[in-house]
Write a protein that binds this ligand. Sequence first.
Ligand SMILES: C[S@@+](CC[C@H](N)C(=O)[O-])C[C@H]1O[C@@H](n2cnc3c(N)ncnc32)[C@H](O)[C@@H]1O
Length: 350
Amino acid sequence: MSDDMRPSGPFRFGDRVQLTGPKARLHTITLRERGEMHTHHGVLRHEDLVGLPDGSIVTGSGGHEYLALRPLLRDFVMSMPRGAAIVYPKDAAQILAQADVFPGAVVVEAGVGSGALSLWLLRAIGAEGRLISFERREEFAEVAVANVETFLGAPPANWTVQVGDLVEELPGAVAAASVDRVVLDMLAPWECIDAVADALTPGGVVLCYVATATQLSRVAEYIRGTGLFTDPDASETMVRGWHVEGLAVRPDHRMVAHTGFLLTARRLAPGAVLPEQKRRASKSSYGDEDVELWTPGAVGDRDITDKNLRKRVREAQRAAQGARMASAFGASGDEDEPADLPEGDDAPRV
Ligand SMILES: C[S@@+](CC[C@H](N)C(=O)[O-])C[C@H]1O[C@@H](n2cnc3c(N)ncnc32)[C@H](O)[C@@H]1O
C-alpha cells in the first residue's frame, strides 16, 4: 500500500474524516483545499485539520470542539449508502475467519449488494489476491462500485464486478477448479452450489450467509446432497456490547440480536466420497411440502423500491465523485460540504 493510501499519519487533503461534534453528532467529510463544513454551530475549515494527527480536537468558528478521526472500515460500511442489506462488521469478521480468506486468495462473491463485504474481502486478500464479484441487479452493482471507490479512493485493479446471475456468469468468468473461496450472500444460495462446486479448487471453501433457519437447512441439505463437499458447519454470531463506566459495568440494554447464519463446507477432491455418506444414504431427506416452505416466496425478501434504489445510487455516486475530486486536489472546495452520509438503517434482513 502506498503511503498516500495508508489510513494513518497526519491528515492530508483527500482523507475522509469523521467529526464528532456537540451532542455526539457525527459528520463525515472529505478534506478538500478551501473546503468548509458549515453547521448551525459555525464553520470549520478543512485546512485547519490538515497536518494534525488522527484523533485531534479541532475548534470551529463558533467555539465548538470536534473530535477528528479517520473512519474505520466498520464505521464506513455502517454509514455508506445502501441498495441491499449489508453484511454487518461482526459477521464480516467471522466470514473472513470461517472461510479462511487469506492474502493472495482468488475469491468469488455473490451478490455484491452494497459492497460492504467486498470491502472486507478486498482488505483480506490484499493486492496479490483477486476478487470477482457478481450481482444480478445493475443498480446494486453501481452502488457497490461507488461505495468501494469512496472508501479506497479508486476501484482496485484486482476487483472485477460482473453484472448477471452467478449461475450463468461464473463458468465463463473463471476456470474450473481455480477459485480458493466462494462467499454467497443471497436469498437462494442452493441455486448456485453446482456452479460453485465446478469453480472451487479441491479443499476450497464455500460460505453461505443466510438470514433464516429455513434457508440454512435448505442450503445445508443441498450441499450434502451433492456429495461434493464436506459436511457443512453452521453458526451464528452474537456480539453484545458492554457499558463500562466506574461501577456501572453491565451489558448494553440493546443489541443487534439477529442478522444471519453462516454455513461453510469444503470442496472434496474429484471422485472422493465421504465415509459417512457411504453409510448414511438419505437420512436427512425431505419431501415436496418441505421444499415449498423453503421457497424464496415463503422466506420473504425485503425489497427496496426502484425510486429508493435510484436515490441510493445517486448518493453513492456523489460520495465517490467527492472522493475523486478531493484526491485530485485541483478541485475547488469552497462550496458547502454535502450533508452527512446517512446513518445505516439497523433493520434486519427479513
Ligand atoms: C443481501 S445482498 C448482498 C449484500 C452484500 N454482501 C453487502 O455486504 O453489501 C444480496 C444480493 O444478492 C444479489 N443476488 C441474489 N441472487 C443472485 C445471483 N444468483 N447472482 C448474482 N447476484 C445475486 C441480489 O440482487 C442482492 O443484491
